[in-house]
Design a binder for this molecule. Structure first.
Ligand code: PHE
Length: 334
């Protein structure tokens, strides 16, 4: 009876007090166990009654223990010794990769001109990556892009440019076409400060009636101005691509060394940023587009190169090393 009163009156304030209670009443050497031990000394005909009383007593102690269970859980966690003055764990916000920042900026610029995004697979077949683009088998220009083949199958390859996605769009036959194709491309090149075995491109394609080279130039002038601002020079040079005629490349004055000479511009003061030209009539025909009715321009650029110029990054390998000291320097969410 005395124990019953003690149990009824018990109130735990701390986990420690509760634990003391548990040891005293419910532990392996506790009072409940002890009284159960007395069972053997009870006369047989009283055993039943004694057992009932005992069980009720045990349940009473257990119920009390349960009542303060919360205290115990809190005590086991940090709350028991919570120090609100300790510095908190910072929430580390991620940052966008610089390649994504520049890609997104480029996409927004072209969207303003009415271009929409078209995408294609990174594993391509020979037709979409080469043949449709006027690079027949054994065409020497295939050597311009060192291709990774999949399982040595000459028909499966990792696309060397996103022009393959443009072919796929042209084949759908819905005209006019005004698309940009952002995406990752692969070339078997020795990895260095200027080249990698994979990189990112944005290629553009505009096909309609009466599209001219002047339209191409104006589009690209607008693009570089929006991307880089005012303080640089631009020049077009004639060039060659099998899928465009005439073809050109565009250079901008080196934004890294300001013309002083650095490894990115190879000490020339100029950096080539894109290839472009009027879509070759044969390419239009290969994709089922009437080349007597339609003309178009195309261009393609490497996002890594643009990003290096925009942020004065001298080594392209930084983009794929996942070094947080590098990546953390780029803020912005768009
Ligand atoms: N596809 C070319 C390349 O990857 C770039 C290009 C695109 C050139 C469109 C001209 C026209 O190098």
């Amino acid at each position: 009876e005395a124990y019953k009163q003690e149990i009824a009156a018990f109130k735990a304030k701390t986990a420690e007090e509760l634990e003391q209670f548990r040891i005293k009443f419910l532990g392996t050497k506790g009072i409940v166990k002890g009284i159960f031990g007395e069972m053997k000394n009870v006369a047989n005909d009283k055993k039943k009654e004694f057992g009932q009383v005992l069980n009720a007593f045990k349940q009473l102690a257990e119920a009390k223990y349960e009542e303060f269970q919360q205290l115990k859980e809190a005590g086991n966690g940090a709350a028991g010794n919570l120090d609100l003055t300790l510095p908190g764990e910072p929430h580390r916000l991620g940052t966008r990769h610089p390649i994504s920042l520049v890609r997104n900026k480029a996409i927004r610029i072209f969207e303003r001109l009415g271009f929409t995004i078209a995408e294609g697979p990174e594993i391509e077949d020979d037709w979409h990556n080469f043949t449709a683009l006027n690079l027949a088998e054994n065409h020497p220009a295939r050597d311009m892009q060192d291709t990774f083949y999949v399982q040595n199958n000459p028909d499966w390859l990792l696309r060397t440019h996103t022009s393959s996605a443009q072919v796929r769009t042209m084949e759908l036959g819905k005209l006019p076409i005004r698309i940009i194709c952002p995406g990752r491309v692969y070339r078997n090149e020795t990895i260095s400060a200027r080249a990698h075995c994979f990189f990112h491109q944005i290629e553009g394609l505009y096909i309609a009636e009466n599209v001219s080279f002047a339209d191409l130039k104006q589009t690209l002038y607008y693009f570089v101005q929006e991307m880089f601002g005012e303080n640089f020079k631009v020049r077009f040079r004639p060039s060659y691509f099998p899928f465009t005629e005439p073809s050109a490349e565009m250079d901008i004055s080196c934004l890294i060394c300001g013309g002083e000479g650095c490894n990115v511009c190879k000490h020339t003061g100029w950096v080539e940023i894109l290839g472009c030209g009027m879509v070759h009539p044969q390419v239009l025909e290969n994709c089922g587009i009437d080349s007597t009715k339609y003309t178009g321009f195309a261009f393609g650029m490497g996002i890594e190169r643009l990003t290096m110029l925009k942020y004065q990054i001298k080594d392209l390998r930084l983009f794929s090393e996942n070094d947080l000291r590098f990546l953390k320097q780029f803020q912005g969410v768009l």
